[in-house]
Design a protein around this ligand. Structure first.
Ligand code: KET
Length: 404
């Protein structure tokens, strides 16, 4: 029956993380997976989340099936977090939001929805992008292409080339864009660039699909939602409110990776459309995993909804963001001291958890084999895995590899 089944080629990120766990070398450094580690090298349990969990556990509540679309209090809080409380799109009930199994689950439900209701639409992802984007949309039966994004020569955004390509796309193509903290490059659009891009998307009748996995890791919670709010305020080609999709995650911002907690929101032109879209998202979910799990969503709802927990969380998120920025500075200084002729300014200008180092796969392999420093083979380095105990060793190992 299964003789013909081929071996799994492995995942460029998760398989590497498994290899790291198996590596017996004591000084090993994990800069591969997109996880925030604290200065002691541990995945933090945020104090705000711990307090929320105590409340949730103390309720001793029964565990029914959640509705297909997830818990109402969670969905409401997510909408306010993304759009800002009282946003016209929310008041007008034109946003269909479901609680999803991580934002990965949301991205895939959205992909299935598009495959069913915009059949034949092509999906365009940035070059490069999170590797799983292509897999998920292709897995939904959609054709995936890439638009220019990162200019390796300058380390900056190829904004003109990006816009030029988007100009040529067929109407109703899906354009997947990282809302902030681009993975893997750390290179984001400026506000002015979003303000140029959005009318282009509208005029060409394209469907923006935002991935917001790192809200709060760039400049702040509201700041990192700029693209969401600007799109929600925009008008489409027909003069009606613009339609778009956004998947967001609490894996990183609340350090809730294994709780698999995210959401998918589809912003529609009016409330009637949103009712139908929500219904079809539910149909997709029901056929896949029926309904989401309870626990993580209730932690998120409590943290976002209770003012004291919310304030504590915002402080903890800011501290994570600032620690990453501090590590960027130390790594930059270490490398600059070793190789003064080389420009490492990208470590300072790139935002979020990742930096794109420009190391080639052979150099990444050397880092792993000789120095037990793990990066993704694309040259992506997770700054959030650096700490005061390993950042210097990382810089020295990188310098050795760059030296040939
Ligand atoms: N989008 C992006 C851009 C992203 O980097 C991740 C995870 C996700 C979505 C998925 O998040 P979640 O809500 O946990 O389903 N990225 C890291 C882990 C992974 O590959 O799964 C990473 O890039 O290392």
């Amino acid at each position: 029956m299964f003789e013909h089944v081929e071996p799994f080629a492995g995942d460029p990120i998760l398989s590497l993380n498994e290899d790291f766990q198996k590596d017996p070398r004591p000084g090993k450094i994990n800069l591969s997976i997109g996880i925030y580690f604290d200065d002691a090298g541990k995945i933090p349990v945020l104090d705000s989340v711990r307090r929320a969990e105590q409340q949730v556990v103390a309720r001793n509540a029964p565990k029914p099936y959640l509705p297909i679309e997830g818990a109402a209090n969670f969905r409401e809080q997510v909408q306010a977090l993304l759009f800002g409380a009282g946003h016209e799109a929310l008041a007008g009930k034109r946003v269909a939001t479901i609680q999803s199994v991580g934002s990965s689950g949301g991205l895939k439900v959205g992909a299935d929805f598009i495959a069913r209701w915009l059949p034949g639409s092509e999906v365009w992802v940035s070059d490069p992008s999170w590797e799983n984007h292509r897999s998920m949309f292709e897995g939904a039966g959609l054709a995936v292409h890439s638009y220019p994004y990162y200019d390796a020569a300058t380390g900056a955004l190829s904004f003109d080339a990006m816009c030029a390509t988007l100009h040529t796309l067929r109407a109703r193509s899906v354009v997947l864009i990282h809302a902030c903290c681009h993975n893997p490059t750390g290179v984001d659009l400026t506000r002015a660039q979003w303000d140029t891009l959005i009318p282009l998307l509208a005029e060409r009748d394209l469907l923006p699909y935002l991935d917001l996995a790192y809200q709060g890791f760039g400049d702040g919670i509201a700041e990192d939602a700029y693209a969401v709010r600007a799109l929600a305020a925009a008008r489409g080609k027909d003069g009606r409110p613009m339609s778009f999709v956004v998947a967001n995650s609490f894996s990183k911002s609340m350090s809730l990776y294994g709780e698999r907690c995210g959401a998918l929101s589809v912003v529609c032109a009016d409330a009637k459309e949103a009712v139908n879209v929500l219904g079809q998202l539910k149909f997709t979910v029901r056929r896949n995993y029926s309904s989401p799990p309870i626990h993580g969503g209730q932690l998120v709802a409590a943290v976002l909804g209770e003012p004291a927990l919310r304030a504590a969380w915002e402080e903890e998120l800011a501290a994570m963001r600032e620690r990453i920025k501090a590590m960027r500075k130390v790594l930059h200084a270490t490398l600059k001291a070793k190789m003064p002729a080389r420009d490492f300014g990208y470590f300072l200008s790139q935002r979020g958890m990742f930096s794109y180092t420009g190391l080639n796969p052979q150099q990444v392999d050397r880092l792993r084999e000789e120095f037990a420093v793990y990066l993704v083979r694309s040259g992506r380095l997770c700054i959030a895995g650096l700490n005061t105990g390993n950042v210097e060793a990382t810089g020295l190992a990188m310098a050795a590899v760059l030296d040939g």
